[in-house]
Design a protein around this ligand. Structure first.
Ligand SMILES: Nc1ncnc2c1ncn2[C@@H]1O[C@H](COP(=O)(O)OP(=O)(O)OP(=O)(O)O)[C@@H](O)[C@H]1O
Length: 683
């Protein structure tokens, strides 16, 4: 037996390992198991190149938790180590100038451990003592046992071991006892070792028998040693891809598409990405892309490694160039990792183009689910936007799909306005905006359906890219102004008549549904008498504010609508005429008095024309403000007369409610009132 000191000034090493890796101490199991896998694979290589001629046996790694003994053991029948090798690889930690190095990097122990073969020593994060019992494959090699208690002293002695290979026996410390629980070990192995290339066995498969789970005689194999991404695409069927997806995410729905990544230059990268089917809203996914390094699980927080929009995808990326055991920020700044990211973007866009070109029908079928990913990508990644431009699809209210270019060609002739802008009309809800859609269709226009979560943003994005394109929702204006082609017809009502009608209509607007303005348009005899519109700009601002807390100002504003009265419509003219008949006797004296007062005010102004404020006599100033007050009072009187009249006017009420109904704004009490009044009118 020999005793000695470990060949780095490891007085520094153990505390660093314990302290800096503490938050991630569970990775020790990954390190120890991967070493066992490496040793097994080396054995395979030696056998295949003829350096080893003996019995290879079954190369498997076994993990055992012994609660009574307090040990967790990882055994392999890989190449094992001779005494010299233990001295060399375990005792003299595999780099020179270690002490200096450790001092320099002591704040980033995780990076050192990954890079300089300290993987084995991570077992000391959870153990009071670690033993290695190992026997080399080399002929005549004697088995040795190494033992160390997490300080620089160790013992090394000859021992008995029947089989070739290595046992790593970890005496788990009191505070880490959790790692002796079957469930815990199973969880960790499943997380880190699920796709290692050598079988990992943990206990026996269990079966339900006589009211409890009992061990069978069959080994419980943790991993799939030959996962789909390591195989050639040509050897895989659609079903294989589907099966693998569910291996990764047992609860998820079938994905839309997969993309098999396979790069060997300028870096090594394999993997399979899936476009998942997202059911309801734009929810944050709990299933994430998993990152592997040579089939060893590294992490599933891939932010900064793959472009942001791809973090919504599912699947696996495996690259030996992705360093194990390093911090997030280290990964993000790593040059290899950056190259990987831009390559993935290119590959994803190319694959989508392929599917689009070769299987357009299938692509269209899946488009509704795919759309949000493409939009998100285009909104957040310039390069992707450029590549995806030709595969983005618009869907119209009839359910037909078009590329941007196809759609522009379809509508250009008919939907270009007088400023030479192509106007893309859209609806966000076919049922709710039915009347508006029908109206514009009646004019031969086409309507897009933009009912996606990101559509408002996306429309802004498209308009910024292309200043000759304008997007307008069908209910945002009267039809002639949605796409204005020539100067619109002047309204024939006088200013006074407009004021009077406005008061009559205002009297019956529902205060609770937001702010309403009343406007007049000459829309033609056959258009509806009254419609409700909502400004494109204001609506978009509010929608954006809802998604972006920084725009709280718009979010806090009430909804604003315009009630547009069609002055060409017969009913509207009848209302005006009736109003004049019934009201003019009462309005006449008020109007007369307003005119008289205005006249007096004008005379007074004439008198003081050209004078500076201080030269105007105080009496005149007082008189002027008195006139103002009188006019305001008279107008008030007039309006309340009109409103009183308007409120009693069932036709006005009915017209307004019909317009609100067509816009989906008639609800609750207002709807009830509408129904009652309709019945009355029928009677
Ligand atoms: N189960 C094992 N069988 C044979 N040799 C082993 C075994 N475990 C460790 N070794 C030897 O000990 C060396 C040091 O192991 P350690 O885990 O510290 O570093 P590494 O495996 O070289 O690097 P890393 O684990 O960071 O990838 C290994 O390179 C290997 O030579």
């Amino acid at each position: 037996m020999s005793t000695g000191k470990i060949g780095v000034s490891t007085g520094n090493l153990f505390p660093i390992i314990k302290k800096f890796l503490y938050s991630d101490h569970e990775i020790f199991l990954r390190e120890i198991v991967s070493n066992a896998v490496d040793a097994s694979q080396k054995m395979k290589v030696l056998a295949s190149n003829g350096e080893f001629k003996g019995e290879l046996g079954e190369l498997k790694v076994r993990v055992k938790a012994d609660k009574a003994a307090g040990t967790l053991t990882v055994s392999d029948n890989g190449i094992g180590m001779t005494q010299e090798e233990v001295e060399k690889y375990i005792n003299q930690i595999a780099f020179s100038g270690a002490e200096e190095f450790m001092n320099k990097y002591k704040d980033n122990a995780a990076a050192i451990i990954g890079h300089f073969g300290l993987g084995f020593y991570s077992s000391f994060m959870v153990s009071d003592r670690v033993e290695i019992v190992t026997k080399s494959y080399k002929e005549g090699a004697k088995a040795v046992k190494w033992s160390c208690e997490g300080n620089p002293e160790y013992t090394l002695e000859e021992t008995e071991k029947a089989e070739r290979g290595t046992d790593i026996i970890m005496h788990i410390s009191e505070e880490e006892k959790d790692f002796l629980e079957d469930a815990k070990v199973n969880e960790l192995l499943t997380k880190y070792c699920k796709f290692l290339p050598i079988e990992i066995i943990f206990g026996k498969k269990k079966e339900w028998k006589d009211g409890e789970y009992k061990d069978t005689t069959e080994d419980n194999v943790i991993n799939d040693t030959n996962p789909a991404w390591t195989r050639k695409p040509a050897d895989l069927t659609e079903e294989d891809y589907g099966k693998f997806y569910h291996e990764l995410y047992p609860m998820a729905q079938d994905p839309l598409f997969h993309i098999h990544l396979n790069v060997d230059y300028p870096f090594n990268l394999t993997g399979i990405l899936y476009f998942p089917k997202i059911d309801n809203k734009f929810e944050i996914q709990k299933n994430k892309i998993q990152l592997y390094s040579n089939q060893v699980y590294v992490t599933d927080s891939v932010e900064g490694i793959v472009p942001e929009y791809l973090t919504l995808l599912h699947g696996v990326i495996d690259s030996p160039d992705i360093p194990l055991n390093v911090s997030r920020s280290y990964l993000q700044s790593d040059r290899n990792v950056k190259k990987i990211s831009s390559h993935i973007t290119k590959k994803v866009a190319d694959s989508l183009s392929d599917i689009f070109t070769n299987k357009r029908e299938d692509y269209e079928k899946k488009w509704d689910d795919l759309k949000i990913f493409i939009q998100y990508g285009m909104l957040t990644d310039e390069k992707f936007a450029e590549r995806a431009k030709t595969i983005f699809l618009f869907k119209n209210t009839e359910g037909k799909y078009f590329t941007y270019e196809e759609y522009e060609n379809l509508i250009k002739a008919n939907q270009t306005d007088k400023d030479n802008k192509v106007v893309f009309l859209y609806a966000t809800d076919v049922k709710e905006q039915y009347t508006y859609i029908e109206t514009v269709k009646g004019k031969g226009y086409d309507v897009l359906l933009m009912d996606g979560q990101l559509d408002t943003h996306f429309i802004n994005h498209l308009e910024q890219k292309n200043s000759d394109h304008r997007f307008v929702r069908v209910d945002s204006d009267v039809i002639d102004k949605l796409i204005s082609k020539e100067e619109t017809k002047e309204v024939s009502l006088s200013h006074e008549e407009q004021e009077e009608l406005r008061a009559v209509f205002t009297s019956q607007l529902p205060k609770e549904e937001g702010m309403f303005m009343v406007n007049f348009e000459a829309m033609g005899e056959n258009a509806d008498p009254v419609i409700v519109t909502r400004s494109e700009f204001m609506r978009r601002m509010k929608e954006m504010a809802a998604m972006n807390p920084g725009m709280g100002f718009y979010g806090a504003m009430g909804d604003q609508y315009t009630l547009v009265v069609n002055t060409d419509h017969k009913l509207v003219n009848t209302i005006l005429e009736n109003e004049k008949k019934e009201m003019s006797a009462r309005l006449e004296p008020i109007n007369f008095e307003i005119k008289e007062t205005e006249k007096k005010e004008a005379e007074l102004d004439e008198l003081n024309k050209g004078k500076k404020d201080e030269e105007i006599p105080q009496v005149d100033k007082d008189r002027k403000s008195e006139y103002h007050k009188t006019i305001a009072d008279l107008n008030k009187q007039k309006n309340s007369l009109l409103e009183e009249y308007g409120k009693g006017n069932k036709v006005v009420g009915q017209l307004i409610d019909l317009a609100l109904l067509a816009n989906g704004l008639l609800k609750g009490e207002a709807l009830n009132r509408f129904v009652k009044r309709s019945v009355e009118l029928i009677k």
